[in-house]
Design a protein around this ligand. Sequence first.
Ligand SMILES: O=C(O)CCC(=O)C(=O)O
Length: 259
Amino acid sequence: MADAPLDRLGAAQRDLTENGYAIIEDALAPDMLAAVRDALYRIARSERELGRAETYDVSKDGEGSQRVWNLVSRDPVFCALAEHELALGLVRFLIGWPASLSSSSANIIVTDEDNIIVHSDMAYMPEPWGGPQAINIGWCIDDFTAENGATLVVPGSHRLNRSYREEDGRAGLIPAEAPAGSILALDGRLWHSAAPNHSGKPRAAIFNPYTLPIYLPQENWFRSLDPQVRQYGSETLLTLLGFRPGLLGRVNGRETPRI
Ligand SMILES: O=C(O)CCC(=O)C(=O)O
């Protein structure tokens, strides 16, 4: 029998604390996974056809690995991911609430060349880090295997409370293998990297990094969000996107401007 959601959340919280990352298998039901996957590959293909794909290597017949940004504006299914109860359970646990959604993007890796760039998602935050101020909720849209470029992680590196430096080398990197439909949650301090894909088929993942709501989001939602999301999005989503300010982000001093 599958674990109850709260058991799974508790186990993942323990893993996050201990190792700096956690995997929750079957976080997405099969029909939801299929909907997310179909939408993502459709949008990625359309971006390529329109000549506006964000590709960042050209090793595969000029196709290149592809990043698709601003997912919450592309299809409501991505809004559901951003406010998924398991994702927000981990966000609340690690950095509290309210939190800010920094960006929402997919990474579709096709290259089999060395694409390893070890980093922490908190690298832009001033050190010393007293603790976690960000958490990246990765969604495995395809199976994550050592062969096809499962994200590489350095377990326990979150405890160092500092950014990765070149002199740290590549020791300790292991592939975070997980089946499609899993969450791969990364403490914002954890050293990790993309990895080459030797499978000959694309490996898609969606990354939703959340931060304390005191940092500029990576995506400028006020400029790039589809207005329909602002109109129809839930209160939770609008909070994540910065449209429900608290002390910061007010308009003429008011938390709830009529705009
Ligand atoms: O695609 C991956 O496996 C990792 C991507 C990554 O590290 C990032 O977006 O910060």
